[in-house]
Design a protein around this ligand. Structure first.
Ligand SMILES: Cc1ncc(COP(=O)(O)O)c(C=O)c1O
Length: 396
């Protein structure tokens, strides 16, 4: 049993799950401020500033809605603002999170066509094209895709899926979950013609959990005018003027927004998004080199779909990935992501996103390699050294 009581451990805990991620000290300090009046002028400036910053992160000129919620709330906002009971939506079984979004859609009363998948591949643009081309009656009202499947480390190719939709001239809305890719991997809401992008605070944005986002196209806003799913708390219309007024329709999570202002400053103004993306890509490559060095297999089966933010690693048949995680936590004070859904016990996930650098990755990979040894999992030693070689020879 673990508790929040101080432990006798020395040094920092390694939080290497694929979100929530490590929160920078300066973001923690920004959060640790007195609460201010959320109807006063200082708050209005803060809200306008963070909404403007989030538009730059999503790469949109359109509306961004912000909720005091986890990512799941932002999923619900995307569906409930745009769709009506019984609407047919196309979803894809890329992994656990896509499956959860599907369950939510069904609970909301939508008619989900769930394209089966093997949890090792992303959404196939050709399949999207074929399905929409065959739908001459335009029954499909929305295509919903998880950009970066956090359960598998597989990233779907959003621009290619958009191009596939365009070739069919199908009018369905395009919704994308970027909860574990936003502000870590290239993403372009406007350019890629996405209608609703779903985001969360606790991964690439380097904040504690508690903020959900929707970036919303004009087409999605128009759909919201006629959509009939019940909605109240999630209603975008209550938030239409936030970018101009800085007034939110409910009590906002003021101090998380102080933190968001700081993290946006770090990402957008100091490091720059392109450099952030390069940093993540390089750490992902180094991690894959380590896994190859251990002679283990990663879950993602298509190099075009490698995740930039996490790597899910399969353990050999007959071994338990949760036992490995337990040993690594007990012996080296590092948390790794558990295998989810059908990967339970079969895979562990290394998060390499957010506030992260070369030496944190070296520590992470060293902890995994020592853990593999202590857990008696068959592997070839030297994976961490292969990553070191790569990191030493390259810069972001
Ligand atoms: C891709 C993806 N979608 C949705 C969610 C659900 O978000 P939350 O747990 O913040 O509600 C997660 C959480 O990890 C996720 O990784």
């Amino acid at each position: 049993m673990r508790s929040n009581a101080p432990t006798a451990r020395s040094g920092r805990h390694f939080l290497q799950i694929p979100g929530p991620t490590n929160v920078p000290d300066r973001v923690l300090r920004a959060i640790a401020m007195p609460v201010i009046d959320h109807r006063g002028p200082d708050f209005a400036e803060l809200a306008k500033e963070v909404v403007a910053g989030m538009k730059r992160v999503f790469k949109t000129d359109g509306m961004v809605a912000l909720y005091p919620s986890s990512g799941t709330g932002a999923w619900e906002a995307a569906l409930s603002n745009t769709l009506s009971p019984g609407d047919h939506v196309l979803m894809f079984e890329t992994g656990q999170f896509a499956s959860l979004w599907r369950t939510m859609a069904e609970r909301l009363g939508l008619d989900v066509e769930f394209v089966p998948g093997d949890w090792r591949h992303g959404v196939d643009p050709a399949q999207v094209e074929a399905t929409l081309a065959a739908d001459r009656a335009h029954r499909v009202k929305a295509v919903c895709v998880v950009h970066n499947e956090t359960s598998t480390g597989v990233a779907s190719r959003i621009a290619e899926i958009r191009a596939a939709i365009d070739r069919t001239r199908h009018p369905a809305l395009f919704m994308v979950d970027t909860i574990s890719s936003l502000a870590s991997a290239d993403y372009r809401h406007d350019e890629w013609g996405v209608d609703v992008t779903v985001g969360g605070a606790q991964k690439g944005l380097m904040l504690p959990p508690g903020l959900g986002f929707n970036a919303i196209s004009k087409k999605a806003l128009a759909a919201a005018e006629t959509a009939r799913l019940p909605r109240s708390y999630w209603d975008w219309r209550a938030m239409a003027d936030v970018a101009q007024t800085g007034v939110l329709p409910y009590t906002p999570p003021t101090n998380l927004l102080f933190g968001l202002r700081e993290s946006l400053h770090m990402l957008l103004d100091e490091e720059g998004l392109d450099a952030v993306f390069r940093r993540h890509a390089r750490h992902a490559e180094a991690t894959r080199r380590a896994v190859a060095g251990w002679d283990l297999e990663i879950v993602c089966a298509d190099p075009r779909e490698y995740s930039r933010t996490l790597t899910a690693v399969l353990v050999p048949e007959g071994h338990d990935s949760d036992r490995l995680r337990e040993i690594i936590l007990d012996d080296f004070d590092m948390s790794l992501g558990t295998g989810l859904g059908r990967l339970k016990g079969r895979a562990f996930r290394i998060g390499h996103l957010g506030w992260f650098n070369d030496l944190m990755l070296c520590g992470t990979l060293s902890g995994v390699e020592m853990g593999l040894r202590r857990a008696g999992i068959p592997h070839r030693p030297g994976g961490a050294a292969a990553a070191l070689d790569y990191l030493g020879a390259t810069t972001a």
